[in-house]
Design a binder for this molecule. Sequence first.
Ligand code: SF4
Ligand code: SF4
Length: 384
Amino acid sequence: MQASPQNTLAVAFHLTHHCNLRCNYCYTGEKLPIAMSRQTADAGIDFVLKEAKQHKIPRLDITFFGGEPLLEKELLLYIADRFIAEKGTITVDFKTSTNATLITSEVLRELDSRGVYISISIDGNPTVQDEQRKLAGGQGSSRLVEKAIPLLLKNNPCTNVTCVVTPATAARITESVDWIYSQGFRFITTTLDYSADWTMDDMKILAKGYEQLGKWYEKKMMKQERFYLSCFDERIRTRTFEPIAKNERCHLGYRQFSIAPDGELYPCIQFVTTEKIPEFMIGHVQDGFNESCRNYITSASEKEKPECSGCKLKSRCSSWCACINYMSTGSIEKASPVVCQHERLLLPIADKVANRLWKKRSNLFIHKHYNPVYPIISHLEINS
Ligand code: SF4
Ligand code: SF4
C-alpha cells in the first residue's frame, strides 16, 4: 500500500482470499473461496468511520484488495455505497487493484459511478504475461487482459499499471515496459518480486535491463512524451529533493491498515494471506486494535537498521519498508538484501540518466523534476 499523508487514513478491505489467477510470485497463499461476509464488511465500515471521527481524520483512502477483488464485485459496491451514504463531512477516495481479467464495460460503469479508481497488474507483452500470470486452469491470461485494455483506457487514460519484475523477466524489462506503454498506458509502476531468490547473476542481468530502459526513458523524454515510470521517476525525485521525508513513509498500523476477509486487522496488505501470521494481527474489527501488538510493529519497523548505518544511500533507499523486509528476510527489523542490491545498482543508473537529460536541457525533464505542479499539468494534458 502506498504511504499516505498524516491527514489520511488508508484502509484496504481484502474482499476475498480467492483468485482466478495463479501468478508465479503470488504471496497471498492458497487460493481459497473465502470471502468477507456482509456482517464483517459492516463491522469494518463502522470501525473505520469511528476511527476517522475519533482521531479527526478528514480523508479516507479505501482500497479494495484480494485475492482478486472483482470476484466479490457486489460486496465491493455495497461497501462503497455505505461509505458514500455515511461519510458525512469526511472525504472518501476509492481504489481497487485488479488483475484486469474480469473487466467489462458494465463493471467499469459500476465502479466509475462510485468514483473507484482502478489500478491493474500486467507484467508485459503476451509472452511474459502468459509465463508469469496464468489462469487457475494453467492457460495464459493475456487474451483476457488484452480485451480489457481498450475499455480501461477509454474509461480512464490515467489508469496505473503495476508490472512485477522477476529473475525470469529481468532481461526483458524494457520490452515489458515498452509493450505496456505501446498499449497507451502512461502511468507505469515497476516493482520487484522481493521474495524471489535473486542471484548475483540475476542482478547483473537486471542492471543491464535498467541501462537499456534508461535509454528508452531518455529517448521518450527528449521526444517530449509525458509519462510516469516509477523506477526512474521516483529515484530521480530523491536525487532532486532527497531525502525521502519521514512523513512520506507508511504509518504502519496507524494511518494505514488492512482488514482481512475474517475481520482481522493487519498493518499492511502484504501481511494478509491465507496462512495467518499471528504476530502481525493488530486487532479485529469487532474488538478494535491490540495496542501492544500495534506499538511493537511500529517501533520495530522504525528502528535504525545496523546494516544500514553509515550508508550514503540511506536517505534515498526504501530499506524502511517493513513489508518488503518481511517478504525478503522474514523479519521487519532487517533490511532486505534484495532492496539493498537493487538500490545500489539502480540509483547510479537513474542518476546518470538524469545528468544526461539535465545536460541536454530537456524541457520536459526540467519541468517534470523541478516544477512542483507538474503532476497536475500532466494529468490534465493526458485527459484532454
Ligand atoms: S492476481 Fe494477485 S492475488 Fe491473484 S494470483 Fe496473481 S498476484 Fe496473487
Ligand atoms: S539497504 Fe543497503 S543501500 Fe539501502 S540504506 Fe541499507 S545499506 Fe544502504
